[in-house]
Design a protein. Structure first.
Lengths: 775, 188
């Protein structure tokens, strides 16, 4: 009993304590669940913030897209069929029997039908049209529409040459919901999320179906994620596979659906979905993927290509059509079959599409690394006016001066020549810049011997002594004193010693270690005689030479000491190009530009970088120097160019070599282009090449390939050409034996008649008259 | 050999002496030449060079000849030799200019210059656009550039000098404008 009573007592107390406990438990439960609810609510609010932030923020982060120059087509244009074909290939135009669709062309011998794409240029939208082009030799001989109407001028769409994207290497071509092809949307929904328009972000039935399928297959064969969930997953890019993440995803998907319309979600999805990898660059969105795989805009894709893009959603690397074409084809067939089963396409369409080739281009389209050296210049010029965030997120459209064809030809020329030059060691490096001689537009930049390699950009950053490339500035300074100097002024090419300010004695020598005695001024420059040049420069004045360099466009301060006369000034190839551009343009300085205009993502003009000129030097003295630079190529240190280019082109140029053959330079110009080439070694050790054995060959090969305009120098008003007896420098006439025609600045030609004139009537006028009668 | 040529040849020595005589004057302002000035002072002497001096041929063809110290030759409106492509663009630029779209007109002229970089007329028209935009210094440099490529096109040279005069006058450089006007008159 006691026991019992004891036990009943115990029971009572137990019951009491249980009662106590349960109320305590209840309170505790209420409290914790309240707390839990608070945490959940807080967390949900946090997730909601994240979702909104991601959705509105990241959605618009579109890198600036950079374009090269659009190819101009007109009757009379110098253009080869090869050039046109390479441009069409670059733009992703397809060769078809008849170009019904924009972005395609057909060819019949030297006749082309090209269906151009509509394109928004700086000056407005150009509609797509079918052009009928006839070639003959290296020219377009006729340009009309396919209906036979003459077309004065047309241009192809500008070739995309790269984009400026943020540090996390995401690239994108933004597409709007309205720009998404309906077939693509239908296929996507059919394959990935059949209930897209009806669920609230999560689709329980789809999950159940997927679990059942996975159970039966004993592996993960099907996902139950909605498009919304996939979008969320893509926003956060974690590869983690956990329940926690799944739950997060589901909550965020629900939040996203509450906040945004289905079409907004679909648009974000289409721009966000990960569809491939290009080295370090992630390919996001259908817009970019279309360029990446097919090299053409999304709206131009046919059914098999659209189906392939949808197929890639499930696993871009597993189904990579370039690496695993069979897997990609199989997956694409599955997509097509689903579309057929849903009644989106006919049986026949499905069969045809499944049999079609994958259609991916060999080279990866829309690559940014294609022209890294030029892009580097573009970026530097843009950074003067734009913030980095604007460049990599505002989707700006940047139109540059790059001519991809010239760039490619220059790359080929460089590769070919360097292979010949650097047979013993492969340490030889090179850089080159090509620009429009009258406009200052940069057409091509080569930063090193390996094209497409984004390393040290020698064209912009390699500071090397320029050697004899400086000499035109010395002679320009002299010829701007026409009362003292003209092309025939005798100069002394004899040894000399110059004492510099710090007491060092400098004894310049000629390249051939010989003294040439008394030589006419033009010859001293054409043959690049060092001793004559130093004597001339000292008598003209070092400060004068430095001023001329500044007039030519040098922005870097020049240290004034005698050895600068032989090019002990270190400049980059780009800076040298600026100096020679001013010469090529007849003394008119135009700052080298890589950008023409910047448009907003909608195509609104934002900024233009106009062509400007400044008369920096007198046209007559520049004309005289340029005459001698032509002589350099005709008979001076640049005469080896005859192996590359017809002498009738009259090109002008100058070789440059530095001590112990460390740097080999060539700078020069044609009627329309100026180019500078440097060859040497990064470690600054002797390369064993002079200007004429190294850089000249690369330069010649480049010019040979890009078919420049002949250089026809126009004498300015203040230049007169007179007959002169070269031995005495006295005035002569056409009939005098050995007389040559020499340009002078008006007022400074010789008046003293040479002996052949005084023999006749004694008057030079009667002699001139005589020559007239003889004509 | 017709009589005009004879007259021309007889006159030639006179012109040549004029040329040589004035040449020394041209050499006088050497100091200015050394200045990297954006406004090059015109060299007065060179305007008298033989190819600049108009021969009074056409005047003799007229039935009634008014007595004048100097009768200028009839002026042909300069007709630039351009491709259809470029004349298309020139027309477009003119339309843009008339509608007040100067930036567009400049862009169009630049496009034309890319096709024919050495066409002096195009440089002149770009200068006109810049003048209309009151970019006086740029207008003047562009006109000088046009002159450098104008070769023997006297009408174009005259246009350019007048444009330069206008640009200089607009910034208050009266002396420079007068010099340019003189050059324009000599270019006739």
């Amino acid at each position: 009993m006691r026991r019992r009573s004891n036990s009943s007592k115990r029971k009572k107390t137990k019951r009491r304590s249980r009662k106590k406990k349960s109320s305590w438990l209840r309170r505790w439960l209420i409290k914790t669940s309240l707390l839990f609810c608070l945490v959940i609510a807080g967390y949900t609010i946090y997730l909601d913030y994240v979702v909104r932030h991601e959705f509105s923020g990241k959605r618009w982060a579109v890198p600036a897209r950079v374009y090269g120059r659009p190819l101009e087509l007109y009757s009379g244009a110098t253009l080869t069929t090869d050039q046109l074909l390479s441009e069409l290939k670059r733009l992703g135009y397809t060769n078809v029997r008849y170009p019904r669709q924009a972005g395609s062309y057909s060819r019949n011998g030297s006749r082309f039908l090209v269906h151009t794409r509509p394109f928004v240029f700086w000056d407005g939208k150009a509609p797509g049209q079918i052009l009928d082009l006839q070639f003959s030799g290296r020219q377009i001989t006729s340009l009309k529409t396919v209906s036979g109407k003459g077309v004065g001028l047309a241009r192809l769409d500008a070739p995309p040459v790269g984009s400026i994207y943020p540090a996390h290497n995401e690239d994108r071509v933004l597409v709007k919901r309205s720009e998404l092809p309906e077939k693509l949307v239908q296929a996507l929904i059919a394959v990935e999320d059949r209930n897209f328009y009806h669920h609230f972000g999560v689709d329980a039935r789809a999950i159940a179906r997927a679990m059942w399928a996975n159970l039966r297959a004993r592996s993960v064969v099907q996902g139950g994620s909605t498009l919304t969930q996939q979008l969320v997953k893509n926003f956060f890019l974690t590869r983690e596979r956990s329940l926690w993440r799944k739950a997060n995803e589901a909550v965020m998907a629900l939040l996203l659906e509450r906040r945004y319309r289905k079409d907004e979600i679909l648009e974000a999805y289409a721009n966000e979905i990960y569809l491939g990898q290009d080295g370090e660059r992630a390919i996001h969105g259908f817009g970019l993927a279309s360029h990446f795989y097919f090299k053409r805009p999304l709206h131009e894709l046919d059914l098999p290509r659209l189906a392939l893009l949808v197929a890639l959603v499930r696993g871009p690397s597993y189904y990579d059509p370039r690496r695993h074409p069979e897997r990609a084809k199989k997956r694409r067939r599955l997509v097509l079959n689903i579309m057929r089963d849903q009644g989106l396409i006919t049986h026949q369409e499905a069969r045809h599409a499944a049999a079609a080739p994958l259609g991916v281009t060999g080279a990866k389209g829309g690559r940014t690394a294609r022209f890294p050296a030029f892009m580097d210049l573009v970026r530097r010029q843009l950074h003067r006016d734009y913030r980095e965030e604007d460049l990599n997120s505002e989707g700006l459209r940047i139109f540059t001066t790059l001519d991809p064809w010239i760039q490619q030809q220059a790359e080929k020329a460089l590769a070919t020549q360097l292979k010949h030059l650097g047979s013993s060691e492969n340490k030889l490096e090179s850089a080159a810049v090509i620009a429009g001689s009258q406009s200052g537009e940069v057409l091509a930049v080569l930063g090193g011997r390996v094209p497409g390699f984004a390393g040290f950009n020698r064209a912009l950053d390699a500071l090397r002594p320029i050697g004899s490339l400086v000499k035109p500035a010395v002679y320009l300074a002299a010829l701007m004193q026409p009362e003292r100097y003209n092309l025939l002024t005798p100069l002394e090419d004899e040894p000399l010693s110059v004492k510099s300010r710090n007491g060092d004695i400098w004894t310049p020598k000629n390249y051939d270690n010989r003294a040439h005695g008394i030589v006419p001024l033009h010859q001293a420059l054409a043959r690049s005689y060092n001793m004559a040049t130093v004597r001339l420069g000292i008598s003209v004045g070092l400060d004068q030479v430095a001023s001329r360099l500044q007039d030519l466009g040098l922005k870097r301060p020049v240290k004034i000491y005698p050895s600068m006369l032989l090019g002990a000034i270190s400049l980059t190839p780009l800076e040298v190009t600026q100096l020679y551009q001013t010469l090529a343009a007849g003394g008119f300085y135009s700052p080298l530009r890589a950008i023409r205009e910047v448009l907003t993502t909608e195509g609104q003009p934002l900024q233009r970088y106009p062509l400007t000129v400044k008369q920096a030097l007198p046209a007559d003295a520049v004309y005289l120097v340029n005459q001698v630079l032509q002589e350099v190529v005709r008979s001076g240190t640049g005469r080896a160019l005859v192996h590359y280019i017809s002498p009738q082109m009259n090109l002008a140029g100058k070789t440059g070599t530095t001590d112990d053959l460390r740097d080999s330079w060539f700078a020069g110009f044609s009627g329309d282009k100026v180019a500078v080439v440097w060859v040497g070694r990064d470690d600054n050790r002797p390369a064993g090449l002079s200007g004429s054995t190294g850089a000249l060959r690369v330069w010649g090969n480049i010019m040979q390939r890009i078919q420049p305009m002949a250089l026809d120098l126009l004498p300015p008003e203040s230049i007169e050409v007179v007959w002169v007896d070269p031995a005495s420098g006295l005035r002569a006439a056409a009939h005098c034996r050995g007389a040559i025609q020499v340009p002078y600045i008006v007022g400074f030609s010789p008046n003293e008649p040479a002996s052949c004139l005084s023999k006749s009537n004694g008057s030079i006028f009667s002699d001139l008259l005589e020559t007239f009668w003889n004509e | 050999m017709n009589r005009f040529t004879v007259i021309g040849l007889l006159l030639l020595p006179v012109f040549l002496t004029g040329c040589i005589g004035s040449a020394y004057r041209a050499g006088a302002p050497v100091a200015e030449r050394d200045h990297p000035s954006t406004q090059p002072l015109p060299k007065t002497g060179s305007a008298h060079s033989p190819e600049e001096q108009p021969l009074p041929r056409r005047a003799a063809d007229k039935q009634e000849v008014q007595i004048a110290v100097y009768t200028p030759p009839p002026r042909f409106k300069a007709r630039p030799v351009t491709s259809a492509a470029v004349s298309n663009l020139v027309q477009k630029a003119a339309r843009q200019k008339n509608s007040g779209d100067m930036t567009g007109a400049a862009a169009t002229m630049e496009r034309a210059l890319r096709i024919e970089p050495r066409n002096a007329h195009l440089w002149n028209q770009l200068a006109e656009v810049r003048l209309a935009q009151r970019q006086y210094s740029q207008a003047e440099d562009l006109a000088s550039k046009s002159n450098a490529l104008a070769a023997a096109d006297r009408d174009l040279r005259r246009d350019n000098w007048l444009l330069i005069a206008k640009a200089r006058r607009s910034v208050g450089n009266i002396a420079g404008a007068t010099l340019a006007e003189n050059r324009a008159n000599h270019s006739r």
